[in-house]
Design a protein around this ligand. Structure first.
Ligand SMILES: *Cc1c(COP(=O)(O)O)cnc(C)c1O
Length: 304
């Protein structure tokens, strides 16, 4: 399948030495303008399976800023598979155009079904969503964030033999699916660090479910208050990071991770090895939506 198999290897871009640590960024964000980074890896085998089995419809879940929803809409549109997004929050029903992500999904012909938060929490077991699913005959459900065993396999492909020279692999973390893939693929003596972007510890169980290895840890100290939450300090860091390295970071995941890495190194709290490979998991479609929000709140915005 051309779309997936024509993928070039992503480069490891050096940041140089920082306090004696050598840091490289794996630019998975350059894989595709929207299906970037880990969402490409996660959806690859899922969509391959959908196309082989000629399943006409894909249904999945996400919030109004979800990279996963945007990636699914873009892929479905590119590969000729109808997509339906079940959106967290009834209130979005009448203001799709206020969310850049949802507007994008709509432009890629995704049907958007906005449900109550209670229904969203229960996903396909809720009455509201079940009633809707009964009206559609042949579909494939993708879990929130795209995390299931074949997407973990896709994420394992992020690491290549050339990466065995690193001591530690860093990735931001939501559900933990990406981290599980990286742990699976990690080389002997490597350590894998996940930087939590949510105020939830559910990733821990998920990672343990997908791997038996023990060479990993989750850092919970840099969530900035939770999923999608942000502080001016973080925005300033990301703008300075871009000025110095010309690498755009996303505000929900990779920005927080790099802030954490720099902070830990600066404060002499880094204890995981000198050669560091940081995975840029993408998510850049979320920048314009975050800037709209920051402008409304009269806060500093991302300037790239
Ligand atoms: C979705 C996402 C993550 C989190 O991935 P999980 O597999 O759910 O842990 C990290 N970074 C970016 C940019 C994402 O879009």
């Amino acid at each position: 399948m051309m779309f997936f198999d024509n993928v070039k290897n992503t480069i490891n871009q050096p940041l140089g030495e920082i306090n004696g640590y050598s840091i490289f960024i794996k630019r998975e964000d350059l894989l595709h303008p929207v299906v970037s980074g880990n969402k490409f890896r996660k959806l690859k085998y899922i969509f391959k399976e959908i196309i082989i089995n000629k399943i006409p419809v894909v249904i999945t879940f996400g919030g109004a800023f979800s990279n996963h929803l945007a990636a699914t809409a873009a892929l479905g549109n590119e590969l000729g598979v109808k997509t339906i997004g079940i959106v967290r929050g009834h209130e979005w029903r009448n203001k799709i155009n206020e969310s850049n992500t949802l507007s994008y999904c709509y432009s890629k012909k995704m049907d958007l079904i906005c449900v109550s938060r209670e229904a969203y929490k229960k996903k396909e077991t809720s009455d509201e969503i079940q009633k809707y699913l009964k009206t559609i005959s042949n579909y494939r459900l993708i879990p929130e964030g795209g995390t299931e065993s074949i997407s973990v396999k896709g994420c394992a492909e992020i690491l290549r033999p050339i990466d065995s020279k690193f001591d530690v692999i860093c990735s931001s973390l939501g559900t933990g699916g990406t981290l599980a893939g990286l742990i699976t693929a990690s080389y002997k003596k490597q350590f894998v660090l996940g930087f939590n972007s949510l105020n939830s510890s559910s990733a821990l169980n998920l990672v343990n479910h997908f791997t038996k290895k023990k060479n990993w840890e989750i850092i919970n100290d840099f969530t900035f208050g939770g999923y999608g939450k942000i502080k001016p300090e973080l925005i300033n860091f990301m703008n300075n990071f871009y000025k110095q390295y010309k690498i755009p970071l996303d505000p929900v995941y990779t920005g927080k991770m790099l802030f954490a890495i720099f902070e830990l190194i600066k404060k002499n709290k880094w204890r995981w090895g000198k050669k560091i490979l940081v995975i840029h998991t993408g998510g850049l479609q979320g920048i314009s939506g975050m800037n709209n929000y920051l402008e409304r709140k009269k806060l500093p915005i991302l300037t790239y």
